[in-house]
Each structure stands twice: as structure tokens, then as C-alpha cells.
Design a protein around this ligand. Structure first.
Ligand code: NAD
Length: 440
């Protein structure tokens, strides 16, 4: 198939590379010339394991090209897949400026029949509105498809190629057949729906995941106070097949470009339709409080943060990505700095050049430099690199061996044996000290 992917971000770049790898002829368009220049030079703007190799392999084969030029991008294309950003607006509704700019460009540059698949996460009703706008001059010129994406950053290629399911919202048999052919390599259920249901599935899925995280964090907070152990509680409830073990890891709450934005969008949708969506408001509130709670723990242990040196390990909103959109780490750093603390931060892949003056922290070359002379360390991203830290060296370098672990990366009893004051989420230090059975 001759495909144009619009948007060379986390979703667009992965989609374009995988389609090219499957043998399609792909042109990827972005309106950011710097981004396209970097990609062409082999220096991808997003960190995603396996992606650089896949992009360069297909660029060499000429099955994948990059451009900023609409005429080049849409010439002879059978399918245009739109993967531009839909960031949250002030009122919680997604900002659809980029999407509508693309739609207007499509209308101006495409004359023949074409399929337009919306991969961006868009509010319910968007595909219908896009179809009305694009077809107002000639009915049937643009065939609109809702094709929401469920990949996770950090494992995006694998998720794209082995999804749990595909959801396709379409209106014509031709669109249905084309999507069946395009996603033929996938071994997963494909659900065909109307546009609105497909759009709703994406939001509902993300809001459910967000809800599960806020749920387990609430249980974890209760465990800390009630002398229970979240490791055992999560295991015990996760083995119930009606619940399942995924997304039952307590921590500092969800971040990134999807869960917060999409949960906010559902709240906004509820307001539009006059439906009570206080459940999702509460999910967001709990998520915010989880970031405050970790700073309070630090403050309590250090008897105030003024003048204290705090090492922050990890800035990305999760491991294996360089994305810091809505990263809990940045909100936590902000609070520490506001309370008078001095932050020295390290992340294996995040570019800290612009972030450090903005958030008022000192960047470190590695984790050991970050913890040197620190009064406490706070672990905020679950990078593999941190699993491999020489913990005795970390302890020796610190002013005092206080490690607040927002990701529950280490075994509490081992940390205690190593001489740390180790504060994970969902289990108190007293519980670890008094426990006769392993805690993790
Ligand atoms: N990131 C994820 O993990 C993920 C997962 C599933 C769904 N989504 C959804 O996919 C969409 C894209 O997300 P992302 O993380 O890839 O965003 P992104 O910000 O990484 O990429 C968007 C790209 O679109 C480009 N763009 C903006 N306006 C343009 C225009 N008029 N013409 C051409 N290019 C334009 C930007 O320059 C940018 O490179 C969003 O709606 C998001 O909610 C994201």
C-alpha cells in the first residue's frame, strides 16, 4: 500500500517504520523541519528501543522517506494516517489545532479518493466532524477511519506489532477491507465499530488504567498506615482473574502524554454531555496527591528541606523513553525546590540541558555523581540502570543513607541490611524491620 503518515512523533514514527518494514511504501510528513532534518541524519528525536535500526534499514531500502512538503507527502497515496499530537487544552478538552491544520491541508492538497485514518487520540465525534468537513464539496472523496493506537512508549515497536487487539471505526466496506489487509500481519482480534465507539474505546481504556493506578496507590497509602505490606496485597489481589496483576504496582502516580490527558478529556466530555464523571476527577486528584505525598515523606524524614541536598534519580515519566511530558519527577523536583531543597538530578536518556534551568536543578553525569553528599536520594524512574547500582558505593557517597523509592525498585529487607533508611511505597520501615517473612 502507498501510505502517508502525518506526524513524526512517538506514534507516527513507529507506525511509519513498521508499515515500511511490512513492505509498504511510506512517506512520513512532519511540519517541524528540524525534526525531519534530524531523522534524515539518523538522529531520531524520540528514544525508543529498536526504532533507529528499523528507520535506517527502511530508509536505505527507500521504503521509508521523510518530508515537510505536503505535495510530496500525499502524491499517489492510498492511505493517509494522521498521528499528530492532541495535547490537553486549558479546559481539559484536547487541543485539536494540529489535527484540524492537517485536515485542512488534506482538503487543499488531495483531489482523488483517499482513506484517512485518524490515529491521534481524538474526542468522540471528531471523525464524524472531519468527514463532514472533508466531504462537503464532494461526497465520498475522503473515507474516514478511526484507528486508535494503544502502544506504550518504551516498548512501542513490540506493542505495535503484537497488540492485544486492533480497534477500527469505519463506515464503508472498502475501508474495512483496506484495514484488514493493512493489519493482516497482526495476530490479534480486530474489532470493527462505528467511529464514536472506537474513539470512546481509546479514552475508556486509558481512564481504566489510570483508575487502576490511583486505586493501588490508595491501597498502598493505607498499607503504610495500617502496617500491611503492599507487595503481598498486590500479589494477593492480582491473582484474582477478575482483577489481573497488571497496573497494580504502587508508586508516584501516572504521567506521560496519554493517561493524564485522556482522563482529563473524559472529564471534559462528561461536562459537555452533563454526565457525572466524578470518578475520573477523583482518579486525577489522587494522582496529584501521590506526588505531594512523596515530598512530605522526605520532608518529615529530613525535618524540612531548606538547604538539604536531594539526589533525584530518573526524570522520564517511565523507563525506556526520553519523554518528560507530565512526568511526576518534574512536579516532585518543583516541590522540593519550592521548599528550599537543592536538587541534583540524573537520567540516563533525558536531555537535561533546557530542563535544569527551568526547574532549578543541577544535572549530574551519572547516578553516583547525583548522590554524592546528598542528604537523601529519591528514585523516580524505574530504569534498568538503577537496578544495577553498586548500592554500597551509593551509601558511602551520601551524607546520610536515606533512599525514598517512588518505584519500589529494591527489596526493602535487602536495603535495610545494606544500611539504608529505605522508604518504598506501601510498606512502612517498621513493617520491614518487624517482618519475619520476605517483604518483596
Ligand atoms: N505517545 C504515546 O505513547 C501514544 C500512545 C497512543 C496514542 N497516542 C496519541 O497519538 C497522538 C500522537 O502522540 P505522540 O506522542 O506521537 O505525539 P508527538 O508530540 O510525539 O508527535 C506529534 C508530531 O506531530 C507533528 N505535527 C504537529 N502538527 C503537524 C502538522 N500540522 N503537520 C505535520 N506534522 C505535525 C509534530 O511536529 C510532532 O512531531 C496523540 O493524539 C496521542 O494522544 C500517543
Amino acid at each position: 500500500m502507498r501510505i502517508c503518515v502525518v506526524g513524526a512523533g512517538y506514534v507516527g514514527l513507529v507506525s511509519a517504520a513498521v508499515f515500511a518494514d511490512w513492505g509498504h511504501d511510506v512517506v512520513c510528513l512532519d511540519n517541524d523541519p528540524l525534526k525531519i532534518g534530524r531523522i534524515r541524519a539518523g538522529n531520531l528525536p524520540v528514544y525508543e528501543p529498536g526504532l533507529p535500526e528499523m528507520v535506517s534499514r527502511n530508509m536505505e531500502k527507500k521504503s521509508l522517506r521523510f518530508t515537510t512538503d505536503w505535495e510530496v507527502a500525499v502524491k499517489d497515496r492510498e492511505l493517509v494516517m494522521v498521528a499528530v499530537g492532541t495535547p490537553p487544552g486549558e479546559d481539559g478538552h484536547p487541543n485539536l489545532t494540529a489535527l484540524w491544520n492537517v485536515v485542512k491541508s488534506l482538503k487543499a492538497s488531495i483531489r482523488d479518493h483517499v482513506l484517512v485514518a485518524i490515529k491521534s487520540t481524538v474526542p468522540v465525534g471528531t471523525c464524524a466532524a472531519v468527514s463532514r468537513f472533508l466531504n462537503e464539496d464532494r461526497e465520498g472523496r475522503f473515507d474516514i477511519i478511526s484507528a486508535p493506537e494503544f502502544l506504550r512508549q518504551g516498548s512501542a515497536i513490540n506493542d505495535f506489532m503484537s497488540p492485544d487487539r486492533m480497534v477500527i471505526g469505519c463506515r464503508t466496506e472498502a475501508a474495512r477491507q483496506s484495514m484488514k489487509e493493512l493489519f493482516e500481519p497482526l495476530d490479534c482480534p480486530v474489532i470493527f465499530t462505528d467511529w464514536q465507539s472506537s474513539e470512546m474505546i481509546k479514552y475508556a481504556a486509558n481512564a481504566y488504567l489510570a483508575m487502576k493506578i490511583s486505586f493501588i496507590n490508595t491501597i498502598a497509602n493505607l498499607c503504610e498506615e495500617a502496617d500491611a505490606n503492599i507487595y503481598q496485597v498486590a500479589l494477593g489481589i492480582g491473582l484474582d482473574r477478575r482483577i489481573g496483576p497488571a497496573f497494580l504496582k504502587p508508586g508516584i502516580g501516572f504521567g506521560g502524554s496519554c493517561l493524564p490527558k485522556d482522563t482529563k478529556a473524559l472529564v471534559a466530555l462528561g461536562e459537555t454531555y452533563g454526565v457525572n464523571v466524578s470518578l475520573f476527577q477523583e482518579v486525577l486528584r489522587i494522582n496529584h496527591e501521590q506526588r505531594v505525598r512523596i515530598v512530605k515523606k522526605l520532608e518529615a524524614r529530613l525535618e524540612g528541606l531548606a538547604g538539604k541536598r536531594i539526589a533525584v534519580l530518573g526524570l522520564a515519566f517511565k523507563a525506556n523513553t526520553n519523554d518528560v511530558r507530565e512526568a511526576p519527577a518534574l512536579a516532585i523536583i518543583h516541590q522540593i525546590v519550592q521548599a528550599g531543597g537543592q536538587v541534583v538530578a540524573y537520567d540516563p536518556v533525558v536531555d537535561m540541558k533546557d530542563l535544569s534551568p527551568l526547574y532549578g536543578f543541577t544535572p549530574a553525569e551519572d547516578a553516583y555523581q547525583a548522590v554524592t553528599h546528598a542528604d537523601a536520594a529519591v528514585l523516580l524512574t524505574e530504569w534498568d540502570e538503577f537496578y544495577g547500582l553498586e548500592l554500597e558505593r551509593v551509601r558511602e557517597l551520601m551524607n546520610q543513607p536515606l533512599l525514598v523509592d517512588g518505584r519500589n525498585l529494591f527489596a526493602p529487607q535487602v536495603m535495610r541490611q545494606l544500611g539504608f533508611h529505605y522508604i518504598p511505597v506501601g510498606i512502612s520501615e517498621e513493617h520491614v524491620a518487624n517482618s519475619l517473612v520476605p517483604t518483596a
